[in-house]
Ligand binder design. Structure first.
Ligand SMILES: Nc1ncnc2c1ncn2[C@@H]1O[C@H](COP(=O)(O)OP(=O)(O)OP(=O)(O)O)[C@@H](O)[C@H]1O
Ligand SMILES: [Mg+2]
Length: 528
């Protein structure tokens, strides 16, 4: 604080100096609305934007300027004029209005505050414009975030609502398709038709899974693993996806710390990002995948979400493609937003990626500019604990083996129950069946011999598959259980995380996959 002078010693020019020092744009208008005085900030702004005429508006009738406004600003200007008039007439103690003032060079928001002035021989009003761009942008950002999360919620509910029935239908199509494939013999045309049906059923299944993933309703099987190893498993597949025109460079740190996520989902992410990169480089280019560890301070974390500062394992996917303008970039995580031709993209790729990353407690940053390529960074929090060796994908292709145990099949969808029963019986198993929860309890009560395995749908009329399992286990503690479902929402404890001791067969599954799971579970291996 400077020295405080007695009022009589304040120089006459001081009030003007004070006005000029204020960053808000200030004008004094007289009782008829004519501008009498403006401060330095007003002059700078008027000069910079070519607003008002000579003398930065001094001597001009502010009300007339407002009344004369045309075009898009007209309604706003009329409101302003009316507000100023009310203040000048003493009808209102003040007038406040927020308005956008977008010049070709910048995006700005102002708050106009008009207050009456009746002192020192001055009668009129003070018109002040304060720059509130920062606050407004923040608010709009939050609003956009909110709308986005509402949209995701709606898509999620929709996906969850149809996934159960839809996956059941796909399961039947797929299973019968497989049986036809087996029985059709050597007829090449029939074989080709059947394969097309199977491929379409698989595509449809992948789409439901994507919808569930992007709405974070996907069942995750998180394990502790090192992000670097997940990228190693999938390198060959990426090379195939990318084709010869694109050079794939993998810069992998030996270890970037343990994260807790679903490795299959991480690979799904990599495929989605690689396909986007490929599409952005139609004439070829370079795709660099790198992993690293970064210490993230609190101020560098995304706002509004409960992230913890500390070490993060970072997966970066960078391409030398055509890049994106800011308008495209602002929408890339919207479900169904695509710039690709119809049939080329569904616009679900990045929303899926975002769903998976959020479910794994991570976040995403994207850098891109037209002609400058795109870099997508995925951040996953590093957790304490030792990384597991990821199972080799080859294990899943073992030929299925049958058995002679007793399997209790509980499924309400008739055609699906039929095809599963048939498959199990064809492979030597003895099969009991029931179509709903209460029937299941009754059938089991009448069956004196051991039941080795309960194979049940989760969502059943009456008792859920889970309560059937719990009840039967009371008298048959050794019975093993496999749940079948395409949408295990009511089954998942928290954030879509599956209990490690629960065997879940996600619909639609192939009959071979069913047999492998049944055998593994009966033999006491953790299967999935
Ligand atoms: N690496 C990239 N380079 C340039 N633009 C990209 C890149 N990745 C995404 N985009 C833009 O973001 C949009 C949305 O991507 P997203 O992966 O969600 O959907 P899609 O690729 O259009 O369709 P889908 O992935 O469902 O087949 C794309 O249409 C494209 O405009
Ligand atoms: Mg995509």
């Amino acid at each position: 604080m400077g020295t405080v002078l007695p009022m009589s010693d304040v120089p006459a020019s001081a009030p003007l100096a004070v006005l000029d020092a204020v960053p808000a744009h200030i004008a004094l208008v007289d009782a008829s609305g004519v501008i009498r005085l403006v401060n330095a900030a007003w002059r700078r702004f008027a000069d910079g934007n070519g607003l008002l005429s000579a003398h930065c508006g001094v001597g001009e009738d502010y009300l007339r300027v407002c009344d004369a406004a045309t075009g898009a600003d007209r309604a706003e200007a009329r409101r302003t004029a009316a507000g100023i008039r009310r203040v000048l007439s003493g009808e209102r103690p003040s007038f406040v209005q927020d308005y956008p003032c977008h010049s070709p060079t910048q995006l700005a928001w102002f708050r106009m505050i008009v207050t009456p002035l009746d002192r020192g021989g001055l009668h009129g009003a003070v018109i002040m414009h304060v720059d509130v761009t920062e606050r407004e942008t923040q608010y709009q950002g939050l609003e956009a975030q909110f709308l986005q999360s509402q949209k995701m919620e709606a898509v999620g509910r929709l996906a969850g609502g149809v996934a159960h029935d839809f996956n059941n239908a796909l399961q039947v199509i797929h299973a019968y398709g497989e049986l036809i494939e087996e029985h059709v013999g050597q007829d090449p045309v029939a074989l080709e038709y059947t394969r097309q049906i199977l491929a379409a059923a698989r595509r449809a299944a992948a789409l439901t899974h994507q919808l569930l993933a992007l709405s974070r309703k996907q069942v995750l099987r998180p394990v502790l693993f090192d992000l670097s190893t997940a990228t190693r498993e999938i390198e060959d597949m990426l090379r195939m996806t990318l084709g010869g025109e694109i050079r794939l460079i993998v810069e992998r740190a030996a270890s970037v710390g343990t994260i807790e996520a679903d490795p299959g989902q991480i690979q799904q992410i990599l495929i989605n990002l690689a396909i986007n990169a490929r599409d952005a480089m139609p004439a070829g280019g370079e795709l660099i995948i790198s992993t690293s560890t970064r210490d993230i301070a609190r101020e560098d974390l995304p706002a509004g979400e409960p992230f913890t500062p500390g070490p993060y394992a970072v997966l970066r996917v960078r391409d030398s493609g055509h890049g994106m303008d800011p308008a495209t970039q602002a929408r890339i995580f919207e479900p169904f937003f695509t710039t690709k031709a119809a049939g080329k993209g569904t616009g679900l790729g990045l929303s899926t990626v975002a769903g998976i990353v959020t479910q794994s407690k991570g976040f995403i940053r994207v850098q891109s500019a037209p002609g400058q390529g795109t870099a997508v960074d995925l951040f996953f929090p590093v957790v304490p604990g030792t990384a597991e060796e990821l199972p080799s994908p080859a294990l899943q292709h073992l030929p299925p083996r049958g058995g002679s145990e007793t399997i209790f099949l509980v499924e309400d969808e008739h055609s699906l129950r039929t095809v599963v029963r048939q498959t199990l019986q064809d492979n030597g198993y003895r099969v009991l069946e029931a179509a709903d929860g209460s029937a299941a309890i009754a059938v089991a009560a009448d069956f004196a011999a051991p039941i080795d395995l309960l194979l049940t749908d989760i969502i059943l009329p009456g008792f859920s598959g889970r309560s059937v399992a719990n009840r039967l286990r009371r008298s048959r503690p050794d019975m093993r259980v496999i749940y079948m479902s395409g949408y295990a929402d009511d089954f998942i404890a928290d954030h879509g995380i599956l209990d490690p001791d629960i065997v879940l067969l996600e619909k639609p599954f192939s009959l071979a996959h069913l047999l492998v799971n049944v055998r593994d579970t009966l033999d006491g291996h953790a299967a999935a």
